[in-house]
Design a protein around this ligand. Structure first.
Ligand SMILES: CC(C)(COP(=O)(O)OP(=O)(O)OC[C@H]1O[C@@H](n2cnc3c(N)ncnc32)[C@H](O)[C@@H]1OP(=O)(O)O)[C@@H](O)C(=O)NCCC(=O)NCCS
Length: 187
């Protein structure tokens, strides 16, 4: 499979919105009703809200393409007020999970964090999202607090914490095609 990483383009925003819904339904569907996920998407990730994020200089979007189509997405946020570097969103389409896209996007996030002088990556993850929690724990995730996260009529617990840098490097499974070491992709 051909995989490539790059910064997002304005033309990616409709594909990113679809990716968010597909991934949320799969990951959060077991504990958040569909209507709340769809409502939250339209309220917080409408095309106009995504355009606003795209234009925010403190936000960096990355996409991972598989066979030329958007298959993964990460939104990085540099909070000047908190002096924190966040991976605000990291989503891989269900059919493309487990192929290394998440690790590659995190490697790019790490590179961006270092450019900004950060020694850790902050993130939040829903307590009931066991698959992602296990994945982040392998990367060294330390939760420092639990806070409520509201999606429509549903409130779930959300761990907020950080990954210390450098991130551990994953062992590449045998048979995987050679992929160059990640460098932070240009637009
Ligand atoms: C959690 C999530 C971001 C992880 O991304 P992913 O692309 O599925 O994960 P990866 O393929 O990078 O890593 C999974 C495993 O595959 C292995 N792997 C397979 N191919 C690989 C490759 N080419 N390079 C590196 N690792 C590879 C890794 O070793 C890794 O094993 P590990 O967990 O023991 O390190 C993704 O599954 C996802 O989007 N889940 C649903 C939504 C979600 O919960 N997002 C997070 C919200 S906070």
């Amino acid at each position: 499979m051909t995989i490539s990483l790059r910064r997002w383009l304005r033309a990616d925003l409709p594909a990113i919105q679809r990716l968010l819904l597909d991934t949320w339904l799969d990951a959060y569907g077991p504990f958040i009703p569909r209507e709340d996920l769809v409502g939250y998407l339209h309220a917080q990730y409408s095309q106009s809200k995504l355009e606003t994020m795209f234009d925010d200089p403190d936000v960096t979007g990355l996409v991972a393409e598989a066979e030329g189509a958007v298959a993964g997405y990460a939104k990085l946020y540099h909070s000047r007020v908190e002096q924190r570097f966040y991976v605000h969103q990291l989503y891989i389409l269900p059919a493309k999970q487990g192929l290394g896209l998440g690790h590659r996007l995190m490697a790019c996030a790490e590179e961006r964090a270092r450019e900004l002088g950060a020694d850790r990556i902050w993130l939040g993850v829903m307590v009931k999202n066991a698959q992602a929690m296990a994945w982040y724990k392998k990367l060294g995730f330390t939760a420092i607090e639990t806070s409520p996260f509201v999606m429509g009529s549903t409130t779930v617990d959300h761990f907020v914490g950080y990954l210390p840098l450098p991130l551990p490097k994953p062992g590449r499974p045998s048979g995987d095609e050679a992929v160059p070491a990640p460098t932070f992709p240009a637009s």
